[in-house]
Design a protein around this ligand. Sequence first.
Ligand SMILES: C[S@@+](CC[C@H](N)C(=O)[O-])C[C@H]1O[C@@H](n2cnc3c(N)ncnc32)[C@H](O)[C@@H]1O
Length: 227
Amino acid sequence: MTATIDEILPWGRSYDEYMAMFALTPADLAKSIVGCGDGPAAFNAGMRAHGRRSISVDPIYAFTAAQIRDRISVATPMIVANTRQHMDAYRWDTIPSIEALVEMRQAAMARFLEDYDQGIAEGRYLAGVLPSLPLPDASCDLALCSHLLFTYSEKLSAADHVAFIREIARVAAEARVFPLLDMNGAASPHLGAVLDALPDLGLRGEVREVSYEFQRGGNRMLQIARS
Ligand SMILES: C[S@@+](CC[C@H](N)C(=O)[O-])C[C@H]1O[C@@H](n2cnc3c(N)ncnc32)[C@H](O)[C@@H]1O
């Protein structure tokens, strides 16, 4: 989907948001975790700060920290303007204002950038583009995918979603996908097709409510496991 850094709008969530979006428990954190489409999120850096190791795969890891930082500077006002136009699509209780949102996202992305060069050297940030992950079969316990599948429902077809999930399931025994809404806050038109396709892939899916909700109605994740 993404070929050059100019096509990416980097916008990363925090470690605490990942914990809530995916209902992660201490037992989950002990698993080998891969984040698919982690971008400039701070989950991987947070895992490292807690003495754990996870792997993130994203096309932006083909670029340098300086390139990603520059792109964040360009993308932030664009994302803020778009959010301002769609204020009603979000809940402004936990995150009370656009200013607080920007501060939170910038703190998360700064944490990512601080960790990035070391993470690249340690093989924790791998450049890769779904539907192909640069990881061996069954090499992870748990895959997390935040704000890529379903969020990009306009760009990615139902068949793309199924192909991405097949590849994620090749690598990880379990996958969690959040949210189930598209970018405009509408229910993704692809969820039904994905749920229908899972049995043929030898997978079963369960939609679970989680404690995180920033997009209005965006408090559900899809949990997928081998059947
Ligand atoms: C909206 S951002 C979400 C970042 C992070 N997961 C979070 O929630 O903060 C979407 C991410 O998906 C990545 N991405 C886009 N197409 C991808 C693909 N085909 N395979 C893997 N990652 C992709 C983008 O580079 C971007 O970092």
